[in-house]
Design a protein around this ligand. Sequence first.
Ligand SMILES: [Zn+2]
Length: 443
Amino acid sequence: MQSCDHADNVDLLIEARWIIPVEPAGSVLEHHAIAVREGRIVDLLPCDEARLRYRPRTLRTLDKHVLIPGLVNLHTHAAMNLLRGYADDRALMRWLKEHIWPAEMKHVRHDFVRDGTLLACAEMLRGGITTFSDMYFFPDAAAEAALEAGMRAALGMVILDFPSAWASDADQYISKGLAVRDRFKHEPLLHFTLAPHAPYTVSDASFERVATLAEQLDLSVHIHVHETLDEIAQSLSERGLRPLERLLRQGLVSPRLIAVHSVHLDTDDIALLAREGASVAHCPTSNMKLASGVSPTTRLLAAGVNLGLGTDGAASNNRLDMFQEMRHAGLLAKISTGDASALPASELLRMSTLGGARALGIDHLTGSIAVGKYADLCAISLDQAETLPCYSPVSHLVYAAGREHVTDVWVAGIARVEQGIMLHLHNNDLKARARLWQNRMAL
Ligand SMILES: [Zn+2]
């Protein structure tokens, strides 16, 4: 390879046919390269200049690919990969009360969460996801799995007012969650959120503690809210307040809030989220599958609310596939507004990368391809019959390509998937663990 004598050493140089950095909006670079040193992006420049300027330890040439920031899955319950297909085709409360919660009471322990989260990490990494925002019991087990997979994760310290194998009451959920954060807080890939499950499972007293801790420890608050009409009706009849009004009174509607689902929002709810600078985690596939409704995403964006996309857990989706979420979010926005220009492809890509990172307060670290950020990257081959010809790589990413076209994934500059092969997780071991759990669940 040609290089000057005074070329700079870098760990990795990735040359790509197209690079979509997400910032600045609308930019599509052709024949550019990304230089990476110590996990961070140090340069983004045309390929011919890069070859003169840098002497890379590893060179990767992706001449038929588009390179994008690693996808950010803003809402999931990763361990529920072990409950995929366990109960389907039921409304949310019946599905939870009759199927999911009893199965969780019986089976969810540390090893369940560790194995389930590892399976989810494998699925997500191979699908181009480099960061996930999780909410589940035993967040210590999820942390171990994320570290083993080498993924960036925002682990929710889950809080409920009913017992589980993880904790017996809200105080214990909080104290155990904080202990997990203390144990892992020096891990550069791991972040933590407070994760009160939902308004219908968390008391006012617990919300008060969450608000205090969020302020003291500068943590995001990750909560399901306004998911169904029943949730809102129940809150109005029991408390005379919509759930979001209740959270506002508790001091929880702020830039730290990640309002998951936010399906049923009136004009005042949207104005409130916008005024307080909250983010929404839009989960279109889960909302369709549970027949929860259609989130007013175009009105949220028009009001200035930050949106990210999430898959929700594999029990209610049933894929942890951000390509599918992008497509579903776009199609739902168009059909529900009667406007084919609603949520264009570039906006969907921004939501699934930078929007998610911003919601988590980690957009200075990841979410776009910019000098100084970590090299969290995903390469997609557009050299297939179904993706040729290619007039617009952004269009193909959302409307034509899928996770099966992801070839390479890096997290903080470390290759985790190379030419479609996972480098650090072993497929046969993961499959054996999944079969073991299938047998246990059948008992
Ligand atoms: Zn959820």
